[in-house]
Design a binder for this molecule. Structure first.
Ligand code: PMP
Length: 286
């Protein structure tokens, strides 16, 4: 079934949805994005994603082509038109298509931003990876220095996923100056002696919307959270490890660079947080 895609104010069948070859998203990776998950036809944590999008745009001095309240309506309309019960809505905004390729930013009064949204159907709740846990490798973090901005420069994370695949694993955790930053498309956590440890916010990692929710739920459930850097060796000696992102929620990690974590099975903290996250998200979905 062909999807209905939103492009610059129009809802179009996907084969008619086009952007210019001069678009700076295509030529320069000059664009930002968000992925909001959909459960039972409802948007999860929309407000968090919209706020992070506004921040990404502001940090890059990029104009938004639509007002933020309009954005919610576009998301909802797209979910409706595609009859999406479970999956995600992908949104991308780029600095538009100037008349020619040039490193300098175009004048936003002359070159409007490009906005594209599409839906992706996916089983998020019943996920084999959540039941068995995933295996990760560690790789050097070779990304640029502003990872707090959610840009479409995803070549290195894609390479990281391919390195993991080649090693017979599911994903890669990135390491900088000896400490884990995050996963290729998720935030990374370990659990030791009941304490949940995850890297503190900064320009070295993306400020995950799921991360914020999970840490809030963990604290509300009287769990101890430590936001600090940790090494791969510390992670390998942990009782549990897990990742979070909008589309994976909480996913246990059972192996890091060939070392089994804990019992080699998804741990109780990760499973409990996944359950709480699903319950709360279902209640708060819009
Ligand atoms: N870190 C990186 C590098 C990511 O790409 C993502 C997912 N976009 C995350 C963390 C998780 O963020 P969120 O919980 O907002 O999906």
């Amino acid at each position: 079934m062909s999807r209905i895609v939103y492009v610059n104010g129009e809802y179009l069948p996907e084969d008619q949805a086009k952007v210019s070859v001069f678009d700076r998203g295509f030529l320069m990776a000059d664009g930002v994005y968000e992925v909001t998950s959909v459960l039972d036809g409802k948007l999860i944590d929309f407000k968090g994603h919209a706020e992070r999008l506004e921040r990404s745009l502001r940090e890059l001095d990029m104009a938004s082509p639509v007002a933020m309240d309009e954005l919610l309506e576009i998301h909802r309309e797209l979910v409706r038109r595609n009859d999406l019960a479970e999956g995600g809505v992908y949104l991308q905004i780029t600095r538009g298509a100037p008349a020619d390729r040039d490193f300098a930013f175009p004048d936003p009064a002359v070159t409007p931003s490009t906005i594209v949204l599409f839906t992706q159907k996916k089983n998020l709740v019943s996920s084999p990876a959540a039941e068995t846990g995933i295996k990760v490798i560690s790789i050097d973090d070779l990304r640029w220095g502003r990872r707090d901005i959610k840009t479409v420069q995803l070549l290195y994370p894609s390479m990281g996923k391919m390195m993991a695949k080649k090693a017979g694993c599911d994903d890669a955790w990135m390491v900088e100056d000896g400490f884990v930053t995050e996963g290729t498309s998720n935030n990374a956590y370990i659990v030791k002696g009941g304490r949940i440890i995850t890297r503190q916010l900064g320009s070295e990692i993306l400020h995950g919307i799921t991360r914020a929710a999970i840490l809030r739920f963990a604290r509300e459930a009287q769990m101890v959270v430590e936001e600090r850097p940790y090494t791969i060796a510390e992670a390998q000696a942990a009782d549990e490890a897990f990742i979070t992102s909008a589309t994976t929620f909480v996913q246990p990690v059972v192996e890091i660079d060939g070392a089994t974590i804990g019992t080699g099975k998804p741990g109780p903290v990760a499973l409990r947080l996944r359950e709480i996250y699903l319950d709360e998200s279902r209640k708060a979905g819009m």
